[in-house]
Design a protein around this ligand. Structure first.
Ligand SMILES: O=C(O)c1cc(=O)[nH]c(=O)n1[C@@H]1O[C@H](COP(=O)(O)O)[C@@H](O)[C@H]1O
Length: 230
């Protein structure tokens, strides 16, 4: 089933039963789901298959970052799972991203391939500490341009950067934006946050939302409330 909803719900749960309990409260026509490092490490491909069986398109968010051969092989393994989207870190560089694109291009059925620019949990001081002496916006633009040159489908970035990227990179480049927080929500460990409606206005293609939905008393209602603002 292919949803027209821009929402991707992050299923950050410790195990498959907890993730499936959440999925049971969601409708695959109203959102996609994201399987990340915690859930995949505990539960592996079986949980991806179980979510697909329920009709969800799955974003496998393992943020691969390694030498080109290793990363491309991991992306290939993700493609074998039939996931809708898979991601790598743009910081892995041109040859890594091109190897991933090349391995997917040989397939008839391939997932969308996106690259994480600068994590939404980081702000300027964090970048400085790891030797990047420029604003997040500038580094995100640099990595997004590189990602586009390498032939990937889009980037993961903050919706704060979406407007500039949309203008610079055109309408056909996917902007997947986590760090989404409805006005009344806690920021948690996120730093570069944006509300759902502002994110779409800025040009985001997909909004990744975790805790504001999964920690809500009524997750389905929290999702519908967000959709109603869009
Ligand atoms: O690649 C991601 O999905 C990702 C990139 C990023 O820069 N920031 C970010 O928060 N994420 C993921 O998006 C989700 C956000 O979850 P919440 O902060 O609970 O809404 C988490 O699963 C993160 O792993």
């Amino acid at each position: 089933m292919s949803s027209t909803s821009p929402i991707i719900v992050a299923l950050d749960f410790p195990d498959a039963p907890a993730a499936m309990r959440m999925a049971d409260q969601l409708d695959p026509a109203r959102c996609r789901v994201k399987v990340g490092k915690e859930l995949f490490t505990s539960s592996g491909p079986a949980v991806v298959e179980a979510l697909q069986y329920k009709g969800f398109e799955v974003f496998l968010d393992l943020k691969f970052h390694d030498i080109p051969n290793t990363t491309a092989s991991a992306v290939q393994a993700a493609a074998e799972l039939g996931v809708w989207m898979v991601n790598v870190h743009a910081g892995g560089g041109r040859r890594m991203m091109e190897a991933c694109r090349d391995i997917l291009e040989r397939r008839s059925n391939r997932p969308l391939l996106t690259a994480v620019t600068i994590l939404t949990s980081l702000e300027q001081e964090d970048l400085q500490e790891v030797g990047i002496d420029i604003e997040p916006m500038v580094q995100v633009q640099r990595l997004a341009r590189l990602t586009q040159e390498c032939g990937l489908d889009g980037v993961v970035c903050s919706a704060r950067e979406a407007k500039a990227l949309r203008n610079a990179l055109g309408d056909n480049f996917l902007l997947v934006t986590p760090g989404i927080r409805p006005a009344e929500s806690s920021a948690d460990d996120q730093k570069r946050i944006v509300t759902p409606s502002q994110a779409l206005e800025n040009g985001s293609s997909y909004l990744v939302v975790g805790r504001p939905i999964t920690k809500a008393e009524k997750p389905e209602q929290a999702l519908e409330a967000i959709l109603a603002t869009l």
